[in-house]
Structure formats: C-alpha cells, structure tokens
Design a protein around this ligand. Structure first.
Ligand code: B12
Length: 137
C-alpha cells in the first residue's frame, strides 16, 4: 500500500471508531420504580439516565437523587460485595424485622429478573425498569 492510501485507511478507521464511540456515549434512559410490598403503598416512578458507556446503576441512582428532591437513598459498603442498598425515601431495611430492599429489573421484553449482583455492579440496559422493592427475607 502506498503512503497516501495508508493514511486515508487510517483516517477512515479513526472516523469509524469515532462514530461508534459517539453512539455508545448516548445516555441510556431508565425508569426507577419504588415499591413497598409491606405497606402496600402505590409505587413511585422516576426516570433517569445512565450517561457513561456501561455505567453502573449506582451512578444513575446518584444522578436521580441529585436531580429529584422526591427520591433519596442510602447504602452501606460491604467489604466483599460493595454497596448494599440500605434505605429508599427514608425507609430502611433491618435485620431485626428481616426487611430489605430487593433489586429487580423489568427488561424491555417484559421479563422480570432478580440480578445476582447489587447496585454497584448492575449495568442497566436501555429502557430497563429498575424495581426497588421493600420486602422481607
Ligand atoms: C443471606 C443473603 C442475603 C440476605 C441478607 C440478610 C441478612 N442480613 O443476613 C438478603 C435477603 C437481605 C440478601 C439480599 C441481597 N443479596 Co444476598 N446473599 C445472602 C447469602 C445467601 C448469604 C450471606 C451470608 O449470610 N453470609 C454469611 C455472613 C456471616 O457473612 P456476611 O459477610 O456478614 O454476610 C453479609 C453480606 O453477605 C450481606 N449481603 C447479602 N447479600 C448481599 C448483596 C450485596 C450486593 C451486598 C453489598 C451485601 C450483601 O448481608 C450479609 C449479612 O449482613 C449470599 C450467598 C452466600 N451463600 O454467601 C447472598 C449474596 C451475597 N447476595 C447476593 C445478592 C445479589 C443480593 C441482592 C442484590 C439480590 C437482589 N437482586 O435483590 C440483595 C441485596 C440488595 C440490596 N439491598 O443491596 C449475591 C452477591 C453477589 C455480588 N457479587 O454482588 C450473593 C453472593 C448470592 C448470589 N446471587 O450469588 N442477601
């Protein structure tokens, strides 16, 4: 290959990779649904975005908390598994009552999954409905 041909091939590669990088960085909209099966209160629904490519749920929850006064959450740091969701909107799980915030996800095909990781490891997909459900174990 001649030098100009090599240069234009390199330029083409750069442009193509630049395009996919730009697409990957589009914010991924997600919905957060807060449910309390113990009080039987109506679910609360919020929307937010995952802005970084393969960003984690914790980042999206933090973004939601900073942008919406009606959503707040706290977590504790487990030495082995990372962030443990402790409370949502002022309601905290506790060992005495065997209560906790369960993490469920309704995927865009309607299927509800229970991720085998917590809020610090789950990577939301576009249009995920993240369900934070206060329940017992
Ligand atoms: C019992 C248990 C629970 C109980 C804990 C009750 C309690 N206070 O005792 C409950 C039902 C609350 C629970 C919840 C969840 N759990 Co759990 N749990 C376990 C289990 C079966 C045993 C843990 C244990 O007692 N170890 C013995 C004690 C002595 O050690 P410990 O370090 O003190 O244990 C504490 C931590 O394990 C912590 N914990 C339990 N689960 C989780 C999950 C996360 C993400 C974090 C940060 C901490 C944490 O609670 C324990 C008690 O304080 C393990 C699997 C296993 N066989 O180890 C899964 C396990 C730890 N849980 C797991 C998961 C995914 C969850 C959930 C995220 C599930 C969900 N989708 O909702 C939620 C946490 C949601 C949240 N609020 O952040 C995963 C974690 C994997 C990972 N790398 O993230 C494990 C490994 C099971 C699996 N699927 O493989 N869990």
């Amino acid at each position: 290959m001649t030098m100009p041909a090599l240069l234009s091939a390199a330029l083409m590669l750069l442009l193509l990779s630049g395009t996919s990088w730009a697409v990957d960085r589009k914010p991924a909209p997600i919905t957060v649904v807060v449910e309390n099966t113990l009080l039987g209160t109506a679910p609360l629904t919020y929307t937010t975005d995952v802005v970084a490519y393969r960003g984690i749920l914790l980042g999206a929850l933090n973004r939601l908390m900073s942008s919406n006064q009606n959503f707040k959450f706290t977590y504790t740091e487990d030495p082995n598994y990372g962030p443990y969701l402790e409370s949502v909107n002022g309601v905290a799980g506790n060992d005495k009552d065997h209560t906790y915030w369960e993490l469920l996800v309704k995927k865009s095909d309607g299927q509800i999954i229970r991720p085998n990781v917590g809020i610090g490891c789950y990577i939301p997909s576009v249009n995920d409905h993240i369900i934070l459900r206060f329940t017992t174990w």
